[in-house]
Design a protein around this ligand. Sequence first.
Ligand code: ADP
Ligand code: MG
Length: 439
Amino acid sequence: MANITKDLFVFANLDGEFVPAGQLLVDEEGSTLLASSFAYGLRYLDRGNAQEIDPLNLSLKNKEAIRGKRLVPPNNLEAFGGIRDAAPDAWGRRVIEARLKVPANSLPESTYLLEAGSDRVGALDVRLSLDQEERPAHESIHNLSYILEGAQKVEAGLPVSEALSRILIVGSGLGGMRPKASVRDDENILWMAKFPGNNDRLLDVPSIEYGTLKLAELAGLNVAKTKLEQVGKNKVLMVKRFDRSWKTSTRLVEIRHHVVSALTLIACHESESNTKSYMDIADAIRRYCLVQNVKSDVEELYARMIFNLFVSNDDDHLRNHAFLWNHELKGWGLSPLYDVMPHPVIASERYQHLGIGPQGKLATIDNAYATKERFGLSSDQANSIIDRVWRVVRQWKMYFEEFGISSDQIEGISRAFRHIDDICSPTLLKAIAKGQTPD
Ligand SMILES: Nc1ncnc2c1ncn2[C@@H]1O[C@H](COP(=O)(O)OP(=O)(O)O)[C@@H](O)[C@H]1O
Ligand SMILES: [Mg+2]
């Protein structure tokens, strides 16, 4: 198969308007991406409000050093993480393939990048030419039932009508595996709608994810704003887009914040994600995030790790941790928490996707406690985080009832929630209760 080089244009949305950010060259052979390179546009580099496309090899810290240069991804990777994060992931790919009527994963990476629409996650758009227009990819919240019907067909691999296939672009710019779509409410605020999946069996995943995110908020974590919508007989989880903020001048202006995943900050290949750890994310935060927020971001990450242990959220891979561009401070910071789904595992010995301590991925408080120094935490601070999270999680059933989640669903998911006695040694437990260092 021939090796083809394609010439693409990356746009970034600054103060509500898309401007060209630079030129991306990709070498492809069929559906395999071989290599890519990027050169920032000179005018883009001169803009005071330019957003960094990638904090590693496309950093804007030293603009003179990169002016006019063609740059390549770090660690011999074939793609820049900051651009790959603007590409559709499993779900978006299925939607694009359904629209174009082609088999799964058969398209070149450049096609996925180009087809994802302008409402994709983050602040970027990828276009074929400098004069290609913006392609909005969202729908009104009032069309949720129609979009849900289309999503179910895509998931089942069924053909979709022409009209439905046009509407389905609203799901193509969002990452992750589960069916979803971008929708706007009556105030024009953008939300990510997460639908039930065809394979969820008896679990009402949108309601359980909603309950768990609310629980995390009660435990003091910084969580994306959520609500549940009833669509026919289904529940749909609505997550307010944290990569957008809205400012009112003479009209409501939508500001887009570029998003990069922890996969990008750690600069590894997706297949290496399960060899990495929360400590690697903490180190990457120290290296690439705003210095004034490092302490609080790393502490928040530790609290999220503890929360994930308690609720058996073992899908905590590197794409489920994200970083947002802060326009005022011109730098990166940890995004709100998202995608937290308890996994009702039977085994009592459980494992996270990422490493959490000297015993690797083993999901115990002792393992997480042993690594607190890597998060800059004293014994007192670690004790108080664990205590704070446990005080809320221990009452999860009561909270889930308050959130309106049915007793069947509570029963169905209850194995996922862990009692501290089962994941913490008696010595450590005593020390946490007393706020001391264990002997
Ligand atoms: N509230 C949000 N605002 C903006 N981007 C989001 C939000 N929630 C998730 N994302 C982005 O969308 C991707 C998919 O969402 P996620 O909830 O992880 O879906 P899935 O359950 O399919 O993995 C995430 O990896 C993240 O990049
Ligand atoms: Mg996810």
